[in-house]
Structure formats: C-alpha cells, structure tokens
Design a protein around this ligand. Structure first.
Ligand code: HAM
Length: 421
C-alpha cells in the first residue's frame, strides 16, 4: 500500500515552490533594508524552553506540542514557534554584549503544532518572523509592525488590516489580573475546566476561551485598557504616533490578547479582509515581550517581534488573485542527433551553464520532433540543433522560438550569441 503524507502537512511541489522562493527572497531583501540579520536555530529544543517561554497555561504548551524523548532520555520538542528559540540563542551567545545594538534578527523555517487541520491551519507550517531585542523604544515597535505591513504590500496584497492593542506593563497587568480574578471567582464553576485552571494562573486567557465564548461574565469583564498605568498609556501613544507618521492605518481592539504568555505592551495582528478568505483570517501576530530573556535565564533585555506563516500568506494572495512575477526562463534547449552530436551538446551545455545561462538537453533519446516538443514544453527561448552536418561544418543553427528566426552560428560563438539573444 502506498504511504501518504501525515495529516496537517503538505508537499510544496515545483510550480508552487517558486512562489515560496519569491516570498522568502522578498522577505530577506526587506530585512536587509531594515537591517535584520538572519538567524537559524534548531528545529527541536529542550521542552522546558517552551514551557517557560511560551507559558505552561497556553494551548500551545498544553495541547499542541510535538514532544518526545530521545534515545538519551532527554525531553525534546519540535519548535511550535520561533521567539523562544531566538531568545534562547540571544541569551546563550550573550548577544546583549554585542557591539551592534539592538540585536535585530529574522528567521524562516518550519514550526510544528498539533492542531486540528483546516484551511490555513497546518501541523507543520513555515513562519517568517523577526525579533528586535535590546530596545524599549516605541519607535522599534512601529518599525517591526511596518516591516510586516511592507512585506504584504510589496507582494501585492491590498486587503490587509492591522489590529492593535496594548497589554500594558507588569504593574498594569497585575492590577487587571486581580480585577479579573475578583470578577470571575464567585461563578468560576460555570466555566470549562480549562478556564478553572486559568483563573489563578492566567485569567486573561478566559477572555478568549472558545468554549465559554458569549458568557455574560466574559462580555462584561473588566477591560485591560482601564487598568493601564500612565507609563503604559504613554508608551502606547508613542507607538501609535510613529505608525501615524509612517501613514500606517490601524484599528484598536481592546480584546486582542494573543495566545502566548510572554506579551506585554504592544500586541498586534494583521488580518486579511479579502472576500472568500477562510474562517481563520489572522495572517500575522506579534508583540512586545519584555521579561522573556530573564524567564529563559538571561539578563534583562526588552524585545518585540512578529511571525507570519507563508501558508496563510499564500492563501491571502490567492484570495486577492495576486500573481507573483515569477520568472522561469530557459535560455536554450540543445537538440542533438547522434552520439557524436550529443557529446558536443553535453559540452556546450556545461559551458553555457558556467556562464549563467539556463539550458536543457534531451535525456530520453527522443527523435528530433520529440526534442523540439520538449523544448517547447519548457518554453525555451532558443533551440540549437546539432547533427552530423553541423559537426562537420563547425557551426549550428540557433532558432529563436519566439520570432521563429534562425541563424547559423560557429560553435565557439554559440554561447555568446545566446547570451545576447
Ligand atoms: P502566533 O500568533 O502563534 O505567534 O503565530 C504567528 C503566525 O503564525 C500566525 O499569525 C499565523 O500566520 C501562523 N500560524 C500559527 N499557527 C499556524 C498553523 N497551525 N498553520 C498555519 N499558520 C500558522 C507566534 O508564533 C509568535 N512567536 C510571534 C511573535 C514573534 N511574537 C513576537 N515575536
């Protein structure tokens, strides 16, 4: 019996992989302009990293991690997200001591979550993300947000919406947390078992519980924005101001809490507004995580970042009918008739490729007509035909497939001729 792909994963086949490359290259180029440098961390880490980093009351840690013991009895987890790993690496390599500050990093790679697969939700998905660590300047919050918005814009998406909230600093959050505990405690038995656990540890998460959605106590729960202290308010005002001066529009949503524990101050999501986009409209999520470096055992260093999946980005491109400008150019197809001619085409193709040309030849011993068909199928711009007569004459006909024009060119000049054509 044939073996199929595991649920929630996908093969990216030729024809589509070019789109992925285009997106990844556009993102890398953007990061070069914004001065974010690439970091590559392992696909698996010690389980404890995510328990501490992402938070042990989150859905990710409680229900979605691919955790296993290796042969040395270590507890390891396939990374469900990138931030904890990047911060782990920042601490481990003492990047706070680096000359260039703040430390601005980006990554692209597979993440793993055991979620119920549906449109836009996979068990293995690829995140592109950035993390800026070592600055608590609100201007860098705005920079990080602008980078994400600019990527979508460069790729041609128009129907994206930025949603913004402030989760405040520790003091504001504790004040709000206490208010929530007081609010929910008397009737907590009306809530699901997850929420009962969340009450003491992280009551904020009750607000976005899927099971208890609509409960009157959730509807009229104390709002964080009423508990933001002056410092948090003024921080948020500055972030908004910097977005304003860049002309980046946003919607404020006091209920945007995000599903990971490390956030404070700025939290944001970018959603697709495109008609016909699936039920899951969040394309990108991020925010500030001051305190995370300490959680992971390092010195204090404020940070902010975001991540977006290429899968959802691709879905948004499709929903908006955007075609990426992918070039699949084949400069030349060498048609050979007979073994001696074949040797000539093999050597010419080798030389042409050295010169940077994209060329193809026949490997199926096709007749002349078949080789022409093959050249046509891959849309080769030129075809060079070499048979016995050409070998004797030391030149071959180069046919331009678009204009249909044909010219005899000496073997030594063929590559140059194609380069010019
Ligand atoms: P997150 O909101 O869990 O945040 O994920 C960020 C993005 O990853 C989502 O907006 C979505 O595009 C994509 N994503 C998440 N789960 C899936 C899935 N199952 N299938 C397809 N795409 C998915 C984080 O991961 C944080 N580390 C973001 C961050 C970076 N915050 C600060 N720095």
């Amino acid at each position: 019996m044939a073996i199929n792909i595991p649920r929630g994963t996908q093969d990216i086949l030729p024809g589509v992989s070019e789109h992925w490359q285009y997106i990844e290259q556009t993102a890398a180029e953007l990061c070069r302009q914004y001065q974010y440098k690439e970091i590559r961390t392992p696909v698996f880490e010690h389980t404890e990293l995510f328990e501490r980093g992402v938070g042990d009351t989150t859905d990710i840690v409680q229900k979605e991690m691919y955790t296993f013991k290796d042969r040395g009895d270590r507890n390891l987890t396939l990374r469900p997200e990138g931030t904890a790993s990047v911060v782990r690496s920042y601490v481990q390599h003492k990047m706070h001591g680096q000359a260039v500050q703040p430390v601005k990093l980006f990554y692209t790679g597979p993440m793993f979550r055991y979620e119920r697969p549906q449109a836009g939700r996979f068990r293995q998905f690829v995140q592109f993300g950035v993390e800026a660590i070592g600055s608590d300047d609100p201007a860098i919050d705005a920079e990080v947000i602008s980078l994400a918005m600019e990527l979508y814009s460069r790729l041609g998406l128009k129907k994206v919406k930025l949603v913004l909230n402030s989760l405040g600093d520790t003091e504001s959050r504790i004040a709000h947390k206490n208010a929530l505990i007081e609010h929910f405690s008397p009737r907590i038995e009306e809530f699901c078992s997850d929420c009962q656990v969340r009450l003491d540890k992280n009551p904020l998460r009750i607000l976005d519980c899927k099971k208890d959605r609509g409960h009157e106590l959730i509807e009229n729960a104390p709002s964080l924005k009423d508990y933001l202290n002056e410092e948090s308010q003024s921080y948020f005002e500055k972030v908004k101001r910097y977005l304003d001066v860049m002309g980046i529009e946003y919607e404020l949503d006091p209920n945007l809490v995000r599903g990971l524990d490390y956030y404070n101050h700025t939290a944001f999501e970018i959603m697709s507004d495109a008609e016909g986009f699936g039920a899951i409209t969040t394309l990108c999520g991020g925010g500030r995580y001051n305190g995370l470096t300490e959680e992971i055992g390092g010195p204090s260093a404020p940070g902010i970042g975001f991540a977006l999946s290429i899968e959802r980005l691709m879905a948004a491109l499709e929903a908006e009918n955007v075609t990426l400008p992918i070039k699949t150019r084949v400069d030349c197809y060498f048609v050979a008739m007979g073994e001696a001619a074949k040797e000539k085409t093999v050597s010419l193709a080798f030389e042409a490729r050295k010169k940077g040309l994209s060329v193809e030849l026949d490997y199926l011993n096709r007749k002349m007509k078949g080789q022409f068909k093959a050249a046509d199928r891959i849309k080769a711009s030129n075809v060079v035909i070499i048979g016995e007569d050409e070998l004797t004459a030391g030149k071959a006909a180069v046919k331009n497939m678009e204009s249909g024009s044909q010219k005899d060119v000496m073997f030594e000049e063929i590559i140059q001729y194609i380069e010019k054509a």
